[in-house]
Design a binder for this molecule. Structure first.
Ligand SMILES: C[S@@+](CC[C@H](N)C(=O)[O-])C[C@H]1O[C@@H](n2cnc3c(N)ncnc32)[C@H](O)[C@@H]1O
Length: 389
């Protein structure tokens, strides 16, 4: 496909997404009906679509319309590209710009629009990030870095970096924690490397790894990952100890790949169904990596930023408080709960913990940490709570 044909494909997919279809489904549906597209075409089109979605609001201002065409015109303008060399009207290329399209478009307004944050969320976003809000918004307009975790059950970070290099992937240590690496070259080759296939490295954001490193874990503790999902943090915890980590999720199908991933990683993980969690209690340590807005990882799933509503955010905070109450009943005196989100919003982080502590005087907070996109990671929050009475 020519560069112009890729842009036309991105326009069609963006229109599908703007019509309400989730981004991944829209991309898959386009790929199914466009068998002529090779893997490089699909990757380039996906990049266009995600670049446009991350900065949807400011690009619509630049391009003059909230349509696939408007966003791609805005994207090319933001990149300083010559639009007429792609919008030619030739076969498979987008139609040439009309006079109205040439005249439309403006620079985004400073604040929420230039930072690509919905207006309703801007007060909460600025209250959460303070003076860094606009800088954080701008960072989130660009792609997230690719991070790997060295699996300490099988290797160390430096050996992993050397092994990856042998297979054409250049990675360097990331300062967030001792296992984290950032891929600086060869990102698309990671899954083919021996280090990945032999379970020496896992794909995982550096702050997600930093949470697993900071949780007060030691061998011999009874540990439950209560919201295990695909098991990214379960495996990172399991890599730190001898003995098993128990994994639970209210949607157990989310954990379906976890046993195979654990075997590949050499980790001991046991899945626990919801109806037997209480029978397994009390635990010494529970990680509650609760469902959240995902505002810390909107670079990876940018349609989440535009689909979030005030009502959904409120509902999420209620779910978060309810999960924290549930897990607090599953640890004995002296036991700990590590509450975590991949959000940068106060309402899902400090506010939930403060409310829990005010309602539960037998608990105290022992540790708290926050990572934002300004740290070169996704945004994450961790609070370690101890049952003292
Ligand atoms: C942020 S994700 C977990 C990500 C995972 N820990 C990781 O590192 O890959 C939150 C998970 O919580 C689960 N969940 C939602 N409500 C829950 C509940 N009431 N109890 C337990 N898990 C729940 C969801 O199914 C989802 O898999």
């Amino acid at each position: 496909m020519t560069p112009a044909a890729r842009i036309q494909a991105a326009i069609e997919i963006l229109d599908d997404i703007l019509g309400g279809r989730p981004a991944e489904q829209a991309l898959t549906s386009w790929a199914r009906r466009s068998r002529y597209a090779g893997s490089k075409d699909r990757a380039a089109i996906r990049d266009h679509v995600f670049d446009a979605l991350r900065a949807r609001r400011s690009l619509a201002a630049r391009g003059g319309a909230v349509t696939g065409r408007g966003l791609m015109i805005g994207l090319l303008r933001a990149q300083g590209q010559e639009i007429s060399s792609f919008f030619t009207g030739d076969r498979h290329a987008p139609d040439a710009l009309s006079e109205a399209e040439q005249a439309a478009g403006r620079n985004p307004e400073p604040g929420a629009e230039a930072s690509d944050i919905p207006d309703w969320l801007w007060p909460e976003f600025t209250a959460s990030l303070g003076e860094s809000a606009e800088a954080a918004g701008r960072i989130m307009q660009r792609r997230a870095p690719l991070h790997l975790r060295a699996n300490l059950l099988k290797t160390d970070r430096q050996t992993a970096i050397s092994l990856l290099a042998e297979d054409g992937v250049v990675a360097q240590p990331h300062p967030a924690c001792a296992t984290a690496m950032e891929v600086v070259e060869g990102a698309r080759k990671v899954a083919q490397t021996r280090a990945y296939q032999q379970g020496m490295v896992e794909l995982q954001d550096a702050a997600s790894q930093a949470i697993a490193e900071r949780v007060p874990l030691r061998s011999g503790l009874r540990v439950l990952d209560f919201c295990a999902g695909g098991g990214g943090k379960t495996l990172a915890l399991a890599a730190r100890v001898r003995g098993e980590i128990l994994a639970h999720d209210a949607a157990p199908q989310r954990m379906r790949d976890l046993p195979a991933r654990a075997t590949r990683a050499g980790a001991q993980v046991r899945l626990v169904a919801t109806d037997v969690v209480e029978r397994e209690a009390p635990f010494d340590l529970i990680l509650a990596d609760v469902p959240c807005s995902g505002s810390g990882s909107w670079r990876r799933a940018p349609d989440g930023k535009w689909l979030l509503t005030p009502e959904r955010l409120l509902e999420l905070t209620r779910i978060q408080s309810a999960i924290l109450r549930t897990v607090s009943g599953l640890v004995a005196t002296g036991g700990q709960v590590a509450y975590a989100t991949c959000s940068m919003l106060r309402v899902e982080n400090n506010n939930i913990v403060e409310q829990f502590l005010s309602e539960n005087p037998g608990w105290k907070q022992d540790d708290r940490a926050q990572w934002t996109v300004l740290d070169g990671t996704d945004g994450f929050f961790l609070s370690v709570l101890t049952r003292v009475a």
